[in-house]
Design a protein around this ligand. Structure first.
Ligand code: ZN
Length: 362
């Protein structure tokens, strides 16, 4: 049996593949397509895979969705997912109306991606009668089954997060990263903005830095879920808000004696310190953490505070921290001294595979 997660080269974003089942009849799901450049490297993989049970566009930030823009420019769908989860403007509007308890109405103007998806006739949000991928949709009350005995438990977003994005979507398309013709100016070469390596991180000081929450609406609207196969669980957190995840996890943690067991966490928002609170780490029972980011752009993810929090939350058990790029913000955790002090092992991709890392979950 196989249950594995692969982080594809998404530069500073996410392109996550989950595969499960028997070796010769694997099922797959994808979350996001990273930057424009990511499309070039993953589209042959997507075209070859065949059984794509679910394709998720977690939210509309460019580091998750820009790779879908070249995809929808094609006349014919380059692959055919059996299911698609994506909350575009019509779903935000529906969520807004559902909160107001009025009948949905209004023209269904999708954005470019929504039109592209309509052109491909991909079945969008079919698991939800309302058409909204939301924890407030009835179907999200229980795990949703996919073929091959995988179940998905939706943790984010709720209607509130979707409705909050609506005015931002209209006002701020540029920030939402779905401008009609994204110029792919994101394709900066990797190395020229890297900082020189700084000193070893001081875990105690970093972990004591006060947590300040992310208030970006697009991130709050992220589709995040726990996928479970043969009793093993992975949480794919996209860029969701920590508070939204905590609210969804709390009853699950209570039912398991206070902490929710996970076999792997795709850490939220590329390891931003604003998206994984100390409280979040206290709610989960997890020793394996994966970070998807090349550390470029102003954020230089992952934030050292996030890694310090996870080490501090569980200092004695042996932990594994996976990075899909060998880059300075990750590399500073390669220290043997830190590894032995805080009981962890840092895993990096092979040099010729920088950006791509597969992790066995089972
Ligand atoms: Zn992101």
């Amino acid at each position: 049996m196989v249950f594995k997660m692969t982080m594809h080269p998404a530069l500073d974003g996410d392109c996550i593949q989950l595969s499960w089942g028997e070796t010769d009849t694997l099922h797959h799901l994808f979350v996001d397509l990273g930057r424009g450049k990511t499309w070039k490297s993953v589209h042959p993989i997507l075209a070859d895979l065949g059984q794509i049970e679910l394709f998720v566009m977690s939210h509309v930030d460019a580091d998750h969705i820009a790779g879908a823009v070249p995809m929808v420019r094609q006349d014919a769908p380059p692959f055919t997912p059996k299911r698609l989860w994506y909350n575009a403007r019509p779903q935000l509007e529906e969520a807004h109306h559902r909160l107001q308890r009025v009948e949905p109405f209004g023209p269904r103007q999708g954005e470019k991606l929504a039109r592209g998806i309509a052109k491909f006739q991909w079945p969008q949000n079919g698991e939800f009668a309302s058409g909204i991928v939301s924890t407030d949709s009835l179907e999200a009350g229980a795990p949703i089954a996919l073929p091959g005995r995988l179940t998905l438990r939706l943790l984010s977003p709720g209607d509130r997060e979707l409705a909050d994005l609506l005015p931002v979507w209209d006002r701020d398309l540029e920030r939402a990263g779905i401008r009609a013709f994204d110029p792919d100016e994101d394709e900066n070469p990797l190395d020229d903005i890297f900082e020189p390596l700084s000193g070893a991180p001081d875990v105690d000081t970093l972990a004591a830095t006060p947590y300040k929450r992310d208030d970006a609406e697009a991130n709050g609207a992220s589709i995040a879920f726990v996928a479970e196969f043969e009793g093993k669980r992975v949480l794919l957190a996209a860029d969701a808000h920590s508070e939204v995840l905590e609210a969804a996890l709390r009853p699950l943690a209570d039912a398991e004696g206070g902490t929710y067991r996970l076999d792997l966490l795709k850490v939220c928002h590329h390891g931003s310190k604003a998206n994984t609170s100390p409280e979040f780490f206290r709610m989960i029972d997890c020793t394996r953490f994966a970070f998807s980011t090349n550390g470029t752009r102003r954020h230089k993810h992952p934030d050292a505070e996030t890694i310090a929090r996870l080490l501090k939350a569980d200092p004695n058990r042996e932990k594994v921290i996976y990075f899909n790029y060998d880059q300075p913000s990750a590399r500073k955790w390669k220290s043997r001294l830190l590894s032995s002090l805080w009981s962890y092992h840092a895993v990096f991709p092979a040099p010729d595979e920088n950006g791509r890392l597969s992790i066995d979950i089972g």
